[in-house]
Design a protein around this ligand. Structure first.
Ligand code: TYD
Length: 216
């Protein structure tokens, strides 16, 4: 008799640029691995072919005629295509094998970034982006790291990297606001908004507690 393997868990970390999602994914992954859990950490844009193309857009190496970045709706379509490919090739197979998948960003990033950069607050932009992502696998848990945009800006400056497409302070402030209200935009998802300020260890403990509360 073959034992049916239990399906894994899909957990997403979200937040503005500099909120600490990348650091906290690493911390949660090593903590869970130390407990003997099979973990795969991944990210969006993904490391697949579509995600790689998007990274070229974000860093200004791939531009529309005139040297501008493609518009918000083109970006929403690119991110949605990358997501479907990411789910199919990386996320779903690992969940079927019973592992925990931790993703640095997922479709909440599209709702936040593409709607904010559309400049069409109150329009149907969010509904359209949700529709584009209708067939994207739902996460079991989405954890938002809430960090004031000034603190996140200081963290980004400390990294010393070139600013990417969405990294202007006014955009980041609006994104922070959007993320704090994320549950209103994704009412059917399990979303936890955590205080992302403090030391890396303090935030890591909050993230771990949120994971355990959901997954026992
Ligand atoms: P980020 O996750 O900060 O990666 P890096 O470590 O390379 O800086 O960069 C990804 C950027 O893409 C970030 O600004 C958010 C944005 N983004 C969207 O606009 N929409 C999306 O759907 C996703 C997944 C990301």
């Amino acid at each position: 008799m073959t034992a049916t393997r239990e399906r894994g868990r899909f957990v997403v970390l979200e937040g503005i640029d500099g909120a600490g999602t990348t650091t906290q994914i690493l911390r949660l992954a090593s903590r869970l691995r130390a407990e003997g859990i099979a973990v795969r950490s991944t990210r969006e844009p993904s490391d697949g072919p579509f995600g790689t193309m998007i990274r070229h857009v974000l860093t200004g190496r791939l531009v529309a005629p005139g040297g501008r970045a493609p518009g918000w709706s083109t970006m929403a379509l690119l991110f949605a295509a990358d997501r479907m490919d990411h789910v199919e090739t990386e996320i779903e197979p690992f969940l079927q094998a019973g592992g925990v998948v931790l993703s640095d960003r997922y479709d909440a990033s599209s709702l936040a970034y593409q709607s904010v950069s559309s400049g069409r607050e109150g329009s149907d932009a969010v509904a359209w982006i949700r529709a584009l992502n209708r067939y994207a696998l739902r996460p079991d848990l989405t954890i938002v790291l809430d960090v004031p945009s000034e603190i996140a800006a200081t963290r980004r400056e400390t990294r010393g990297e070139e600013a990417q497409l969405y990294e202007q302070n006014e955009v980041q402030r609006a994104l922070g606001e959007f993320y704090r209200n994320l549950v209103a935009h994704m009412p059917d998802d399990r979303i936890v908004v955590l205080d992302g300020t403090g030391t890396i260890d303090e935030v890591a403990d909050r993230v771990y507690a949120a994971f355990r509360l959901q997954h026992g």
